[in-house]
Every structure is written in C-alpha cells, then in structure tokens.
Write a protein that binds this ligand. Structure first.
Ligand code: F6R
Length: 365
C-alpha cells in the first residue's frame, strides 16, 4: 500500500500535486476564468458580517493562513481560535456570521464542541473536512470536502495542503461575491491557483537536497522557524511537524517577534529556518534573518530563485522553491517544511507514521 515509499507520510507528501489539483479543479470555471462553488451555499458571502474559524493542530494552522487570505482578498474580518479555547471562551457572535470548522477527520471533539456552540448561537455553519460521513460534516449546512483520500500518517500533510487550497479558492469566491475582486485580479488569482500543482511538484524535486539539510537538523536539540504574513503560520506548521515526528524541540515565530524574546536563544547550535519567498514583506523577514546571522545562527533559508540570488549568501543552506504568485506561496512552502520534518525524523530512525503519544483522530478533549 505504501508503494515505493518508506512511510505513508512520504507517500502522502508525494500525493499533494494531484490532491491539490483536484481541489482547484472543483472551483475553477474554465470558460469564465473565475472561481465558483459546485453546490449552492447555505449562506451568501456578500451578506456576512464576519467569519469565525475553529480547528485544532495543523487544521487550525490552515485556518490561520485562511485568515490572511479572506481578510485580504474578500475584506471579510476573520476571528480564529483553537477549538479547546473557543468552546469554553463562549465568545459573543455577530448576526450574519459564518462559523467555519476545519478538520481532516471531522471527529475532533473540541472542534465539534465549537461547532455546536456556534450553531446554538445563530451562526451559518460550514466545514472543510476530508471524511465526508463524519459528525462535523453531518452537522454543517455547507461542506467543502477535501477528497484527498485516506490520510494514514498521523502527521497531517496532504490534508493540510488541500485545506489550504480549499480556503484559497473560497477566499476568491468570497472576494468575487463581496465585490472586492473582479476582472483581471480574479484572472491573476485563478492563474496562480492553476500553476499550484506544478509548483508543488517542483518543490518535491529538491527532496534529496532537503534530506541533506535534515541530516544537520537531526543533530540539533532545538530549532526555530520564522515567517511573516501568511508564511508565519507555515513557520508554526514547520515547528509542529518537526516536533511531533522527530521529537526535536521546535518553535515557530512571527519574524517580527524575534527581537521580543526568541533571539536570546540564537547561537551557532540552533538551526533557524527562515521562510521567505519573495513578496512585499520578504525584505522585512530578511532583515530579521540578518539579526540571526549576526549572532551566528545556522540559517536555512526557504525562498525562491530571486530570494536565493539576493540573500542566499547570508544563509548556511537554501531550499529554493519555484517562483509563484505570493498568493499561493504558503502552499508551496508547506511542502518544504513537511519534507524537512520527514527527513529529520527518518534520519533519527523515528516511527514517522505512528509518533509516540499521538492519535490520528482526537475524539476526546
Ligand atoms: C498534526 C496533526 C494534528 C491534527 C489535529 C486536528 O500533524 O495531524 O495536529 O491536525 O489533531 O485533527 P483533525 O483535522 O482531524 O480535526
């Protein structure tokens, strides 16, 4: 069942170009060059006052990226929280609010409790799930299925990138409905989404090089991941993946937060993974990287050809992603942090598919 792959996780990482392509294909209207949902929605994006997102773990981090997209491309304010905090916080919810839940399994107890709270408080209920027969799907009025096939590895990979692709498409659908996006801008974003499967495939081609970088990381006891804007949650995801499968302590930080504390940790023993493909904010991230370099930190720069040319010399090692539109760059960068975590854990001989203490579906709080 694993085919040529050593672990299900690696197989699932390699399934991502196809899985993401299927998601994008479900939203793209090829003749109109716009994005649309296949089934009628139980709410109207144009009428929403705000969106409240709840999820756990990696699914939560997909939602954090989604917040950047919905706020930017649909001008829809988004609140997001992990299910376990949201459910007991009992936040006031605005009329005409959409509550969106993200879950691979569709059975996560805290996410489900957050859903039931929102349903009882008059919100429109929608979910992004992989398991379409799940409780969360059943209790949602609108369901956006991932259809990425069963995810066997405990550490989520293809569910994460298909969640991201779904949220990216939905943010454009919402932007169109809310009159924020039209014409050339929509065309530009549709094209960016269509290039995504190919870009993910290219990001997978540098796997051997990432495995080499991972050899170095496997000797460290701590690692730091930095990113800015929608790449900040990718830094958090990189740290989560690394700690859960390799058991190396890792933290993700917003690059701008570095000087507010974590820079105290930086010395020549700590790998600092800086996620900075070229975009309007990458120069800022690079100046944070300079601060790390000045303290002897071992920098792994995840960037694109342009970024590698201008800033690569500052890094110990570079992972070069294909050049893509900044809109979809977080999805492409996610591939690198998955491979980095996978190969680090594999070097250490860890049980990648069944990490200690973790379960695939967390149905108790
Ligand atoms: C991390 C991971 C977990 C899940 C979390 C939510 O790799 O897999 O953090 O993302 O337990 O699970 P679902 O998506 O099933 O609600």
């Amino acid at each position: 069942e694993k085919g040529p792959y050593r672990h299900f996780m690696l197989k699932e990482i390699h399934e991502q170009p196809d899985a993401v392509s299927r998601v994008v294909g479900r939203f793209v209207d090829r003749s109109e060059r716009t994005l649309a949902v296949q089934d009628p929605l139980s709410f109207d994006f144009a009428d929403l006052s705000r969106m409240t997102v709840s999820a756990c773990g990696t699914a939560y981090l997909a939602g954090v990226v989604g917040k950047y997209w919905f706020e930017r491309y649909a001008r829809l304010p988004v609140d997001i929280d992990v299910g376990s905090e949201f459910r007991y916080r009992q936040p006031p919810l605005a009329p005409e609010g959409l509550a969106l839940f993200i879950s691979q399994s569709g059975e996560t107890a805290d996410t489900l409790a957050a859903l039931r709270y929102c349903a009882a408080n008059g919100q429109h209920i929608a979910s992004v799930v992989n398991v379409e027969e799940s409780t969360i799907a059943r209790e949602s009025k609108s369901v956006f299925p991932l259809r990425c096939g069963p995810e066997i590895g405990v550490a989520s990979t293809k569910a994460f990138t298909t969640q991201l692709a779904t949220l990216a498409c939905l943010s454009v659908v919402a932007g169109q409905a809310r009159g924020v996006l039209a014409g050339d801008k929509v065309e530009e974003l549709v094209t960016a989404l269509e290039t995504l499967p190919g870009a993910i495939a290219s990001a997978l081609l540098v796997e051997d090089q990432i495995a080499e970088i991972a050899r170095g990381i496997s000797k460290a006891s701590d690692a730091l991941f930095l990113g800015r804007g929608p790449l900040y949650p990718i830094a958090l995801e990189g740290a989560l993946k690394l700690k859960e499968i390799s058991y190396i302590h890792a933290e993700g930080y917003a690059a701008g937060e570095l000087k507010h504390g974590p820079i105290a940790l930086v010395d020549e023993t700590i790998p600092v993974i800086v996620i900075a493909p070229s975009d309007e904010l990458s120069e800022k991230t690079v100046s944070n990287m300079q601060e790390v370099a000045a303290r002897g930190g071992r920098i792994v720069l995840v960037t694109d050809p342009k970024g590698a040319e201008s800033h690569g010399a500052m890094a110990h090692q570079c992972i070069v992603l294909p050049e893509v539109h900044p809109f979809v760059a977080p999805i492409v960068a996610a591939i690198s942090v998955q491979l980095l975590a996978y190969h680090t854990a594999a070097h250490l001989g860890a049980d990648v598919d069944q990490p200690r203490n973790l379960a695939k579906s967390v149905t108790v709080e």
